[in-house]
Write a protein that binds this ligand. Structure first.
Ligand code: SAM
Length: 270
């Protein structure tokens, strides 16, 4: 039993995502549109942030990409469909792996995604992944669950080919110990014990110690006004947590008072 199991629950969520996508204008046609990625993105900014992530990665056609902490697989599918990448999407929670697979099979996405269960903090040696080396590692809203980031990053560094890169899109803290008990639940954690939010300097140090050099970083402030000024709708799909709407509202408040902010960081294997 994992500490996160009580937070990351997936019962019936895949069906809700599939039904929402199917009910959206144009989603029953043969062509895949941005609307197919409206409900499966489990991170701040949704598909717009994923669009930006792909832009920052540049041309990934036929690149082999390892998406860690892939959740419902929205980012992996986007990179495969719109970027032409071959993606291996790994998540700790078997329920998420099955949900991601189910969503994938419900629509005519193009490109290859393989969904696997794996723990980035474990030995990470899934038989299907084997000794394959990757051009990119994608880490989206994962770091907030990882206490030993340096260890996880070192594991991933070993999975990259020469000059391979990692792109991180995480929620980072701005000041000192800002995430006190009253701030929870949050979309990635029910309580303080499950949450490991760090600042940008800590990420840079841990990346360096793990064998990377940071080549790009950007505070993603553009996305904030839209989130801060729009209360969470009542019919939001409960992607995780006992009360996902409350999780999102709590996060909105943290973003509004500038305690946390999303960042993109790209680092290259040294
Ligand atoms: C906030 S979700 C982000 C999902 C996805 N990257 C996205 O943006 O849509 C974080 C995901 O990380 C996964 N996760 C947490 N700890 C992990 C670990 N040690 N190894 C692999 N996945 C992990 C969780 O199960 C969850 O699906």
């Amino acid at each position: 039993m994992n500490l996160l199991d009580d937070h990351y629950v997936a019962d019936g969520v895949a069906d809700k995502i599939i039904s929402k996508i199917s009910g959206t204008t144009d989603c029953n046609k043969k062509d895949i549109s941005l609307n197919h990625f409206k409900y499966d993105q489990f991170h701040i900014g949704g598909a717009a942030a994923t669009q930006k992530l792909l832009k920052l990665m540049g041309d990934v056609t036929r690149s082999v990409v390892l998406d860690v902490g892939a959740g419902y697989g929205g980012v992996a599918r986007y990179l495969a469909h719109f970027g032409g990448a071959n993606v291996v999407a790994v998540d700790l929670a078997q329920g998420y792996v099955e949900s991601a697979q189910k969503i994938h099979e419900s629509f005519p996405f193009s490109g290859g995604v393989t969904y696997l269960q794996g723990d980035v903090c474990g030995d990470f040696s899934d038989a299907e992944m084997g000794a394959q080396l990757f051009d990119w590692c994608v880490w989206v809203h994962l770091g907030m669950n990882i206490s030993n980031k340096e260890g996880a990053l070192r594991t991933l560094c070993n999975k990259l080919s020469d000059k391979g890169k990692i792109i991180i899109y995480d929620v980072l803290k701005v000041g000192g110990d800002v995430l006190v008990e009253e701030c929870f639940p949050l979309p990635w954690a029910e309580n303080e014990a499950q949450s490991f939010v760090d600042d940008v300097r800590t990420y840079e140090n841990k990346l360096l110690n793990a064998g990377f050099k940071v080549v790009y970083k950007e505070k993603y402030g553009d996305i904030l006004p839209k989130i801060i000024n729009n209360p969470t709708p009542d019919d939001v799909i409960p992607l995780a947590g006992s009360d996902f709407k409350l999780c999102l509202e709590n996060l909105r408040q943290l973003l509004a008072r500038g305690a946390v902010v999303p960042w993109f960081i790209i680092a290259e294997k040294i």
